[in-house]
Each structure stands twice: as structure tokens, then as C-alpha cells.
Design a protein. Structure first.
Length: 268
């Protein structure tokens, strides 16, 4: 959803086209704790060397997109790239935003200025997008340097990573507005961990019974994994348009819900 479209469909009192100031504030706050921003990057890197390189020596080659043979490390790396974008975006859009919303009361102060709820939502989601993109770009650089990604089409993974981060950040922030205590974050982990393990991240969808395959296809991370795996292998298919559409819808719904919920919580 473009900023211009938000301006046309959202009442002016809820959106003042000043989301950039929220991003600038987030940058100024996080520049003193920049190491925490990069922590998620190392998590995916550790998984790559433990699972991809370690198990890869035992497994050998596997069938990738289009039946193309590839090393297990090259098979797992794009999936971890998608997971890296998801983790970075969700972490910032849940834990950090919950603290600002419920304890620091940062948004109460913001809405005392000309900013509206949708400025806050778009700004915070944009910062979470940036964080997820930092994780993913760093990870893609590493796997390219070590030779796990060789296709020139892999460059298209970068804009796709931005879309994936945007979608997860938007839905993450929308969910955060419904949380009442820190205990609710157990539900976040309950959603993220199975998604990470069972979204065709470490083995193909075909290993599941047919009934479970349809459940896996509902997972957002599955669609991200399919996109990244196809692009990094240089296998482009029409099905990618369906995966991209999934994230566009996910981002729009998340942004609208987050903006409306912030308005209801902070303005009423």
C-alpha cells in the first residue's frame, strides 16, 4: 500500500503524512544499541552452519526448485534468508512496540503532536521493515560470498525481502495492539517456532502427508521460502505471482488493522 493511497482512503485526522518522523526517531534511539539490531542476523547464520553445513555433509545433494540438484546448504540458505526477514520484522513489531504502547507511553506523546495513528503505524512498520531487511541483506551477502547463491536472479530477492518484512511487520504490529501483558508473547513464540521449523524450511513440502501439505501452504513463511528458493536458484515460475500477492494482501490487512487499533486505543 503506497503512502499516497493511505492519504486518499484514511481520514486526515488519522494520517498526516509524517510517518518519516517516526522512522527518524527510531533510528536515533537505536543507534546507541546497534548491536541488538544485528543479533538476529547471527542467529540465522548459526543455523546455516549447524544445519546446512553440518547436516549437509551427511545428506549430500538434494532436489531443489524444478528438480535442480543442489547441496543441502544451498537448499537451506534461501529458507533461512526468509526466516531472517521474518524474525527481524516480527521482533521489532511486537516486543518493542508493546513496550512503547503499554509502558513507555511513547505513542500517547506522539499523538499529542500533529501525528495521527496511521503515521505511527506506518512509521513503526517501516522501521521494522528496515530491521528485517538489514538481517536479510547481510545474510544474502554472506551466502553469496561463500558460494551458496550463484544465480544473477538472486538480486531480485532483495525487493522481495522488503515486501516479506513489510508484511510480517504489519501483521506483527496489528497483533501487538491486541496484547494485554508480556505473557501474551508466549503466543508469538508458539506461532513463530512451528512456522520456522515446518514451512518447508529444512525439507521439501512433499515429505508431509497430503492433508498436512495444505496446512503448510497457509504459512506465510512457506510462501517466503518458495520465493527465495526459486530466485536464488534462478528458477522463475508463475506461481511466484501468487506468493507475492499473498504478502501484498497480508501487508495491507496488517497496516489497516494496526492503524485502526492504535486510533481506538489511543484516541478514545
Amino acid at each position: 500500500m503506497s503512502v499516497g493511497l493511505v492519504w486518499r482512503v484514511v481520514p486526515p485526522g488519522l494520517y498526516a503524512r509524517r510517518a518519516r518522523t517516526v522512522v527518524e526517531r527510531a533510528f536515533l534511539v537505536n543507534r546507541r544499541t546497534w548491536m541488538t539490531i544485528f543479533s538476529g542476523f547471527f542467529e540465522s547464520l548459526f543455523y546455516l552452519f549447524a544445519m546446512g553445513v553440518g547436516f549437509g555433509r551427511l545428506i549430500g545433494e538434494v532436489a531443489g526448485p524444478g528438480g535442480q540438484p543442489m547441496s543441502y546448504a544451498a537448499y537451506v540458505a534461501p529458507a533461512l534468508l526468509a526466516a531472517s526477514a521474518m524474525n527481524g520484522a516480527v521482533y521489532d513489531a511486537t516486543f518493542n512496540i508493546f513496550f512503547k504502547l503499554k509502558y513507555a507511553k511513547v505513542y500517547d506523546g506522539m499523538l499529542a503532536t500533529p501525528l495521527g495513528p496511521f503515521d505511527v503505524a506506518i512509521g513503526e512498520i517501516s522501521w521494522a521493515l528496515i530491521r528485517g531487511a538489514i538481517y536479510a541483506v547481510g545474510f544474502l551477502t554472506v551466502v553469496s560470498v561463500v558460494g551458496l547463491v550463484t544465480s544473477p536472479w538472486a538480486i531480485l530477492a532483495l525487493p522481495v525481502v522488503l515486501l516479506v518484512s513489510l508484511a510480517f511487520a504489519a501483521v506483527g504490529m496489528a497483533c501487538t495492539t491486541f496484547m494485554r501483558s508480556w505473557q501474551d508473547f508466549d503466543l508469538v513464540q508458539l506461532a513463530l517456532l512451528p512456522m520456522f521449523l515446518f514451512s518447508a524450511t529444512f525439507y521439501p513440502l512433499s515429505v508431509y502427508p497430503e492433508g498436512l501439505q495444505w496446512i503448510v501452504r497457509l504459512s506465510p513463511l512457506y510462501h517466503a521460502v518458495e520465493l527465495m528458493r526459486g530466485l536464488t536458484a534462478g528458477i522463475l515460475e508463475w506461481a511466484m505471482l501468487g506468493h507475492l500477492s499473498y504478502f501484498v494482501v497480508m501487508a495491507v490487512v496488517g497496516l489497516v488493522v494496526a492503524g485502526r487499533r492504535l486510533g481506538r486505543l489511543l484516541l478514545n
